[in-house]
Ligand binder design. Structure first.
Ligand code: SF4
Ligand code: SF4
Length: 425
């Protein structure tokens, strides 16, 4: 099918032309590393975008197959010496694709809505909790009752309670320090999947903040950050999420909005219209580095390694901070080779492009297997699910935890901390 409208505005076309075809980004691209095809490299995809924009008879539908195979990991953007804003160009292309070339299928659209709306996610979460309680997930995997892609997703699931964190906890958590040690108030972004499936990460985040002198406030009415919609080219839905969050956060009195999911943080802080002046948006690792008046008294006697989420490392440029927190928490921290390379999760990518996703993941799992850590730390729910599934499928008994959970584990070695939060010994 030939494209009938220009893909880019003159401004964006100018951005595209910043690419000088040097190829220095190629080695950083996970899809190019797997298949070696120029069309599946950043340089190749930028060239395809240009053809879609300029060539009337060009097969845009065919070209979008290569653009679809892009993870959106932004490793190429980090590697590019010419400052090509690949992420912006990719999202513009995908938005054009949805409007002019190929809308999302009904099932893709529904999946997106189910996993980002609190109501449907609540229902799915309740169902999954029941499946886990009856150990049906183990049965499904052992008897291979579902296609591999779905069994794989089940394998990565954390233990879920069936209730969202925001529905089961208070909205305000007071600092647990004396008044002269108080550091102020922060707001917590709870998100959608994080809220329903990773309540333990939110609980650990709140505990560590309270212990270090912060009041934590969970604003009502907040919703999905819109990242999955934006990555799928659904600009309007992404903007709708942003608008609802803007309303939820308007006028709240806090020093920062703390986010503990890399993808949500990248979406919230890099989207135009987010008011960063009145309420800075920060990742939890970034916020806590240099703000821990009460660091853990004891370190975990465990071998821990860390895999950097692309939306922390590449999209937000947050690289050392999680490592610095882990240094406070662990006796042995092992550098993971290619930590900055995508794990192949990328939102729905692992469902839509499972072959490529599995190839990329295999390389990551091989690196983890060679290190044989006791814990693999990361900082994004998609990476968490993907890495845990990959480890379980490879029969490696290595748990995946959020960086903040590892820090909380170190604090929990101290009886005073456990007592303050009513935690079991
Ligand atoms: S975003 Fe990632 S997958 Fe896509 S072209 Fe860049 S490096 Fe390759
Ligand atoms: S995107 Fe950047 S690194 Fe890649 S070919 Fe173009 S100019 Fe070179």
């Amino acid at each position: 099918m030939a494209a009938t409208h220009h893909l880019f505005t003159p401004d964006n076309y100018h951005r595209l032309q910043a690419c000088i075809h040097c190829g220095l980004c190629l080695a950083s691209c996970p899809t190019y590393t797997v298949n070696g095809k120029e069309a599946d490299s950043p340089r190749g995809r930028l060239a395809l975008m240009k053809y879609i924009d300029r060539e009337v008879e060009f097969d845009a539908k065919g070209a979008f197959r290569h653009i679809d195979l892009c993870l959106g990991c932004l490793a190429c953007q980090t590697a590019c010496p010419s400052g090509v804003q690949y992420g912006h160009l990719l999202e513009t292309s995908r938005s054009y694709q949805r409007q002019q070339i190929k809308p999302l299928s009904w099932i893709q659209h529904q999946l997106l809505n189910w996993l980002t709306s609190h109501r449907s996610l609540g229902f799915i979460t309740g169902l999954l909790a029941l499946v886990q309680r009856l150990a049906l997930d183990h049965l499904v995997r052992a008897l291979r009752l579902l296609p591999h892609t779905l069994r794989f997703q089940l394998a990565g699931m954390p233990d879920i309670t069936g209730k969202a964190f925001s529905q089961t906890h208070d909205a305000v958590f007071p600092a647990l320090t004396s008044a002269d040690e108080a550091q102020g108030t922060v707001a917590l972004f709870t998100g959608c999947v994080m809220d329903h499936w990773f309540g333990e990460v939110h609980a650990a985040t709140v505990r560590v903040l309270q212990w270090n002198g912060f009041n934590v406030f969970v604003p009502e009415g907040q919703t999905c950050c819109g990242a999955l919609h934006a990555h799928a080219g659904l600009e309007e839905e992404a903007e709708d999420c942003l608008a609802r969050n803007r309303t939820a956060f308007q006028g709240i009195e806090a020093q920062a909005l703390v986010v503990n999911a890399a993808g949500c943080g990248a979406q919230l802080r890099t989207t135009p219209g987010t008011d960063q002046d009145t309420l800075p948006i920060v990742d939890i690792s970034e916020w806590l580095t240099d703000k821990l008046p009460r660091p853990p008294k004891n370190k975990l006697s465990k071998r821990v390694t860390y895999d950097a989420p692309c939306h922390l490392y590449h999209a937000q440029g947050i690289r050392d901070e999680p490592w610095r927190l882990l240094e406070l928490a662990c006796e042995q921290l092992l550098p993971l080779p290619e930590t900055e390379v995508c794990c192949g999760s990328a939102g729905f990518y692992s469902l839509m492009h499972s072959d490529m996703s599995q190839h990329i993941l295999k390389r990551k799992i091989n690196h983890v297997q060679a290190l044989a850590p006791d814990i693999l730390a990361t900082g994004n729910p998609g990476c968490h699910l993907q890495l845990q599934a990959g480890l379980r499928e490879t029969s490696l008994n290595i748990p995946v935890h959020h960086t903040i959970e590892v820090l909380d584990m170190a604090y929990r070695l101290d009886g005073t901390y456990r007592h303050a939060f009513g935690l079991d010994d």
